[in-house]
Design a protein around this ligand. Structure first.
Ligand SMILES: NC(=O)c1ccc[n+]([C@@H]2O[C@H](COP(=O)([O-])OP(=O)(O)OC[C@H]3O[C@@H](n4cnc5c(N)ncnc54)[C@H](OP(=O)(O)O)[C@@H]3O)[C@@H](O)[C@H]2O)c1
Length: 251
């Protein structure tokens, strides 16, 4: 028996980075996984690799900033795979730089993806997670929300990204208090620098300053490992928050 046999997980932002690695890791533990993101070709590649290793993977093309699509991805997961035990709210966007003169559409996109996309998905998933917590195989369900070191500490140059991740932390703690008595565990994961596509969406001048700020990064699999640890704890143990930095990252 693997720890997640008989369970179903939905991972948002599963087309690259931490989401792709997490989907693979949860599948290795026995979960059937639904993968959502906008780039269907990339989701197909992740799903093919999971199936090659004997897992079950469902591809759901979805823009989480559209409430109907975000809700649809949750409903399709339950319709196709039968239930929902684990939601990993991972889709995210990090556009850094000074507030002064910043392109406002960058802020709108980050709030849309990091805050509203996560909220739409959480809202749609909650009734299914509450139901899964009452029906085996584990009698417990999980929502793992991806924050960041930037969700703990604001720094010069990451104002709006940090705002969105502080928001994720506040929402997660409030929701945790609301549902933990019904065995839905809400957990916050706060990664430090991790080698993914995340920084690549920044303007070139911002990208230069990001490169000079950060040293060695973790791998996406390191954060997938942290998420897997959280969702494979026994029913009576809830890991509420996990801050994970590369060893050499000081701030
Ligand atoms: N990498 C780091 O250093 C780091 C540190 C702290 C926290 N985090 C957090 O970790 C999470 C994952 O990021 P990552 O580092 O793995 O970056 P990534 O490789 O850029 O992955 C981001 C994922 O989000 C998806 N996404 C973006 N916009 C979306 C939208 N509108 N609708 C649906 N999916 C969308 C992307 O898929 P599509 O483009 O295909 O839609 C992609 O799968 C994020 O929440 C990020 O803030 C990362």
């Amino acid at each position: 028996m693997s720890a997640l046999d008989g369970t179903v997980a939905l991972v948002t932002g599963a087309s690259s980075g931490i989401g792709a690695a997490t989907a693979a890791a949860l599948s290795e533990q026995g979960a059937a996984v639904a993968l959502s993101a906008r780039r269907a070709d990339r989701l197909d590649a992740v799903a093919a690799s999971i199936r090659e290793h004997g897992g079950t993977a469902l591809v759901l093309q979805c823009d989480v900033t559209d409430e109907e699509q975000a809700t649809g991805a949750v409903e399709s997961t339950v319709a196709e795979l039968g239930r929902l035990d684990i939601l990993v709210n991972n889709a995210g966007l990090m556009l850094l730089g000074p507030v002064e003169g910043a392109p406002v559409p960058e802020w709108q996109r980050m709030v849309d993806v990091n805050v509203l996309g996560l909220l739409y998905t959480a809202h749609a998933a909650l009734p299914h997670l509450l139901r899964a917590a009452q029906q085996g195989p584990r009698n417990v369900a999980d929502m793992v929300n991806l924050s960041s070191v930037a969700g703990r500490v604001a720094r010069n140059g990451n104002g709006v990204y940090s705002l969105t991740k502080h928001g994720v932390g506040a929402f997660s703690e409030s929701l945790r208090q609301e549902v933990t008595g019904r065995y839905v565990r809400v957990s916050l994961v706060e990664p430090g620098a991790t080698a993914t596509e995340l920084a690549s969406h920044n303007r070139p001048e911002v990208l230069d300053s990001i490169r000079s700020q950060f040293g060695p990064a973790m791998e996406a699999a390191d954060i997938a490992d942290a998420i897997t640890y959280i969702v494979t704890r026994p029913r009576h143990v809830a890991v509420n928050e996990m801050l994970v930095r590369p060893t050499e990252q000081v701030r």
